[in-house]
Design a protein around this ligand. Sequence first.
Ligand code: ADP
Ligand code: ASP
Ligand code: MG
Length: 436
Amino acid sequence: MKVKKFGGTSVGSAERIKNVGKLISGCKKDIIVLSAMSGTTNSLLEISSAIKDSDQARAIELIDLLREKYAVTINDLYKTADYKAKATEAIEEIFDELKELSKKPYSQQLEKEIVAKGEMMSTNLMNLHLHEEGINSVLLPALDFIKIDKHGEPIEEFIKEEATKSIASYPEADLYITQGFICRNEDGEIDNLQRGGSDYTASLIGAVLGADEIEIWTDIDGMHNNDPRFVEETRPVHNLHFEEAAELAYFGAKILHPTCILPAREHNVPVRLLNTMDPSAEGTLIENNLEKNAIKAVAAKDNITAIKIKSGRMLLAYGFLKKVFEIFEKYETSIDMITTSEVGVSLTIDNEKNLPKIEEELGKLGSVTIDRDMVIICVVGDLEWTNKGFEAAALEALRNVPVRMISYGGSNYNISFLVRKEDKIKALRLLSYHLF
Ligand code: ADP
Ligand code: ASP
Ligand code: MG
């Protein structure tokens, strides 16, 4: 059994849905995870933000605009009047629910319920399309089995048990379709796995059910060696170790959700990245296999804040770093990079929500300096410390870029540089030029 996830662009129009239908039509017993049609999640967030601004007229206007888009898709997707009617009924029901939601006062919970509609719509459209093509697919509601705890972490035991039950209720089915991204939280409310979370859904399901492979189908032929949005002439990397892929995803390679490799790695299920626009392209295979002595790829993570704490009172006296870390723990803010010296420690965070409180408490330990709008540039490959020259090559490439922090040796797979936002593209291009 394989789990196959198709992203927003892959199901972004009637043509694309038909194309995916053809790709999966022969896949017996596979589990198909779908994102919302491209643009839909953003539209739903816009609707939610109109509600937040108490602009109900705007919310209704946006809902109607989206409704029209779906009407066009339905008309183009189905051959028969019967299926056009069935799909219209299913989608209209969702739009009616959206209209009801738009009458409520804004809350974060309301936003989650609104944004969940995108995946509900795409999966309904695909399921009916498959039925019209004579395929016995079944729609399994992800809200029945994808669950997170109070820290937003997926509850794997629950997912395994409930997904197994859901699948077992339909032994005759050819294919199982489910929603990516959406889930329930520990109180049973609708929640989600953060933007791009459909990859995470697929990885979780594939991992806990012990799939043969998790396929992430998108609009590009695999993980490239640099960010194709900013660097020309990037190339697909055909093989990556789980750790390399996890570092790239976490440090900004948008093709994968930041933490989606973790379950696959833990359960040793290979992940393959494939291109719906070019299904025969080799793509990228991610597994427990390391290509020795090679730098594989570069990625960048935006919106990083660097915090420096300088202490006259002996930074390296034991217990000092503990006190620093406890402050971040107390305010549930994770640290990405860290560097230390005798007089100070620098670290980075990607979430400023609790920064004022963190800054205040750190101030009791020493003087605090904050640098905003920074970017982590992450170079990934076989960077085991006894391999000579790789870290020097990366540094040499950045010779003319001011570097605020360097982190090496935390893993065998990465060296990270913190640079200013305005130097990001230059740094990415220089690294590509010098390393590949
Ligand atoms: P989907 O909607 O299918 O989930 P995403 O837009 O989330 O697709 O991810 C695919 C996009 O990721 C590509 O179109 C590409 O622009 C971007 N991307 C960023 N970094 C990389 C990289 N290193 N390799 C491949 N694609 C990347
Ligand atoms: N639809 C969600 C998003 O746009 C999840 C996903 O596409 O993976 O972020
Ligand atoms: Mg994505």
